[in-house]
Design a protein around this ligand. Sequence first.
Ligand SMILES: Nc1ncnc2c1ncn2[C@@H]1O[C@H](COP(=O)(O)OP(=O)(O)OP(=O)(O)O)[C@@H](O)[C@H]1O
Length: 273
Amino acid sequence: MSERSDGVAGAKIRAEGVAKTFWSHDRDVVALQPVDLTVADGEFVCILGPSGCGKSTLLRIVAGLIGASAGRVTMDGRPIRGPGPERGLVFQEYALFPWLTVLKNVMYGPTVRGLGRVEAEARARAQIARVGLEGFEQQYPRQLSGGMKQRVGIARVWANQPDVMLMDEPFGALDAITRNILQRDLLKLWLEERHTVLFVTHSVDEAIFLADRVVVMSARPGRITAIVPVAVPRPRDLLAPEAIALKAELTRLVEDQVMGPRGEPSRLREYVN
Ligand SMILES: Nc1ncnc2c1ncn2[C@@H]1O[C@H](COP(=O)(O)OP(=O)(O)OP(=O)(O)O)[C@@H](O)[C@H]1O
């Protein structure tokens, strides 16, 4: 909490020189060039970049699911050496247990961590209600829509009371309307509790709608090319002039990574790491 970086409040997550090379089909695949990033306590940071730029790789390193080839990641100043309940993960794939009801899915984490059945159930029911699924506790995942499954995924993570939410394109598989609703709801829940959120997306709109800061990554091998604060007041109207201007700039930053720079350099390059 005491560290300061990138002009934001105390550091929750800090990545220093984090790089990753995979060994695949008898050759090295450099997924991530050295990345430095600090996420403040309670901050909502979106990682934006073209497909294959290493966004998920960075998130998985922060999650402790894979190790970095170089550099280190700390949470509250302590090195991350593996997964932990203080970092909740929500993926695009819903990753629910199909043989368990909604209630049992959400109770699973707290129960595994030793909470008694009554308390685990109370906590699960509260989280299910928070994500708007009251009345669906006894349904099975196959009986739910994609958006509902993702709500269960969020409730399941929150039931573990994590400090940090790591979200890897959680709404990527959903239709546009469901996605918008879930973005709004996620933001409402985040404003209530101010977990730290690291959210991977390749949608510029989604990043502008959600983030305090947008981290733009280059095409593979990934590195951070810009960190852009979103100064648009919440609730954000993506049709407001400042949001439209930001969208143009972020789109250009991402497209430059895919197609090479066009015209004059963006004014947002002043944020380049
Ligand atoms: N386990 C692995 N073994 C080998 N290569 C990998 C592995 N995981 C990822 N990669 C490679 O690392 C690069 C970055 O992948 P990553 O999934 O992090 O990208 P991404 O930005 O999240 O992409 P997308 O937006 O398409 O999901 C890709 O070229 C990918 O093929």
